[in-house]
Design a protein around this ligand. Sequence first.
Ligand code: LFR
Length: 490
Amino acid sequence: MTVLAYDLGASGGRAIAGRLVGRTIELEELHRFPNDPVEVGARLHWDVLRLYHEIKQGLLKAKHAGRTPDSVAIDSWAVDFGLVGRNGELLGNPYHYRDRHTDGVMEKLFEEGMARETIFSRTGIQFLPFNTIYQLAAMKRDRSPLLREASRFLMIPDLLRYFLTGDMHNEFTNATTTQLYNPLRGGWDEELLAGVGADPSWFGPVLQPGADAGRLRASVAAELGVGAIPVVAAAEHDTGSAVVAVPAASRSFAYLICGTWSLMGTETERPVLDERALALNFTNEGGAFGTYRLLKNIMGLWILQETKRQWEREGANYTYPELVALAERAPAFGAWIDPDDARFLQPGDMAERIRGYCRETGQRPPEGPGGLVRCILESLALKYRYVLELTEQVSGKTFDGLHMTGGGIRNELLCRWSANAIGKPVWAGPAEGSAIGNMAVQWIARGELADVWEARAVIRESFPSAVYEPEDREAWEDAYGTFRRVTGLA
Ligand code: LFR
């Protein structure tokens, strides 16, 4: 049985066909496309119609490769959404979560009496300034005409699935990232919705990962010359799909999903809503098959990606392997940043911001591309150590190593330094975690795999992990102490 997984990330998307042959997963990448945000006036948007076009291209390529799938599913980044009008058409262009219209909105809501404790106890979701709840509040503040015309709210994969099938559904894993979904009550939180001026009638009942989400509508099937292919709701939040694909054998495992973001945490059976989780800003995102993800967002390779883009804007082009090689040759342990400092969230001149951070914290700013990239990668590795320790505290578990998955593991230096920083082995793989997790949910839905633990065993056998054992222990231990001091991470 062939399934097709669309995995959309903040810089590009892929359509990957997966076949389960006995207990081996065979992958075939059929289509890869850029996902460039578009700045119009002061606003940053996603080009969602282009993404839909690319999704159709993926189906066409599948057909031409003789891989017309038995089902398809889509996963993407979280929090962003489109509003659909009464005539069934998309209203406006979805905002990018890095758009500045949410600047200061979260703090304003707290001042106006929506308490952090209340929001957290109702949703279990970490406070990120771009969560859907704050995006809607920003639109309300700006008297967005879309709010007057809206009749349905759909997250990005919900919206693309709607274009394909004509059916509107909200999927669970992504719904939880809005910070408007109450997992304890098992539905949208009407008080929080009212607090940001969102009409509860926009929000539909929530589909669980693995649910049947319709079929290609007749006009789409005819346009592409294929049948009425079934569409499945995967864990449509890419991080949710990625955690399905963590090839853990133990029930108590820590993961780091490594891409534009670094998402570090563990899987739990229920949300952890205590004071410590709130104080440390942990999240409890909904997962597949009744699980939750107790994790923290770490700014991740975004800082490196944006540094590289800025150099390109200035006319200097480097490949990632070149940058990593320069970093490896640069002096060790020169200067560090806290990757999660707010100044690194939005696009711009990262190199300048890194130098500014170092000056403010009494460090000598790194020099040249090698020095800068070394500073970014060491800082990430050291921050991973910090968040892994917090994850142990909040979950009450101890971990004997770290599973790293996602495209970022192609950066072997980062895997190696991560193992050194945490002082435990790193098991790296698979790089295509989100797409594989997306497929696994489709196979489980179809009865081809029994459950997530069988899926993890099959993934472990199909994609053996690379093992990085910690080295240079003493130097990294010292570095960790200094890192915490200069970044103020108590
Ligand atoms: C990773 C991710 C994170 C989410 C961020 C923004 O791709 O989905 O989980 O916090 O993107 O949506």
